[in-house]
Design a protein around this ligand. Structure first.
Ligand code: IMP
Ligand code: MG
Length: 169
């Protein structure tokens, strides 16, 4: 494995997850919340978030991919769909990182087309880059410069997802 420089420690992530979950608990009281984990990167963040939720929710998964190595391919590969009926539900898309926003924009549009009652976006990391279609991020943990990061679910060619912190290679 290559050497990793810590960018965001596991303690900082833990504290931020608690804060985001508190906000979600406030905002989704009496809603039909469906947490949709955008696989694969969000698996760690999403499982930490849901364990802090006090509101009722269902969970579902959608799998898309756009990155090859350290670069976005610019195309979204749709790999696996949710199984629940989305109509009338309040969707919270949970992502590891929003870079250009192309992935989240694609998934959000899909759920709007399926007549979700509302679609909100929650990402642990928001990269400070120009966003596709000015996509609105409703909840985010950290903003970072445009660098390639790994850990806490984020990978480089499938590796490093299990690191408890976020680092730069
Ligand atoms: P976007 O569609 O450009 O916003 O890219 C989002 C997707 O690209 C994320 O869900 C990640 O899977 C991947 N990605 C973007 N930046 C990074 C990074 O720095 N490290 C690892 N994966 C990344
Ligand atoms: Mg992802």
């Amino acid at each position: 494995m290559k050497k990793i420089k810590v960018l965001i420690s596991s303690t900082k992530i833990k504290n931020k997850v608690t804060k985001i979950a508190q906000q979600i608990n406030k905002d989704f009281k009496n809603k039909k919340l469906v947490v949709v984990s955008v696989l694969s990167g969000s698996v760690v963040f999403c499982s930490d978030i849901i364990r802090k939720l006090s509101v009722d929710f269902e969970i579902d998964f959608i799998r898309v991919a756009s990155y090859k190595g350290k670069k976005s391919s610019g195309k979204i590969k749709f790999l696996c769909d949710v199984v629940e009926d989305i109509k009338g539900k309040d969707i919270l898309l949970v992502e590891d990182i929003c870079d250009s926003g192309r992935t989240l924009s694609y998934v959000k549009d899909l759920f709007i087309k399926r007549k979700a009652n509302s679609v909100k976006i929650c990402t642990l990391i928001n990269k400070k880059v120009e966003k596709f279609k000015n996509i609105k991020i409703d909840y985010f943990g950290f903003e970072i410069d445009n660098e390639f990061i790994v850990g806490y679910g984020l990978d480089y060619d499938g590796k490093y997802r299990g690191l408890p912190y976020i680092g730069v290679i």
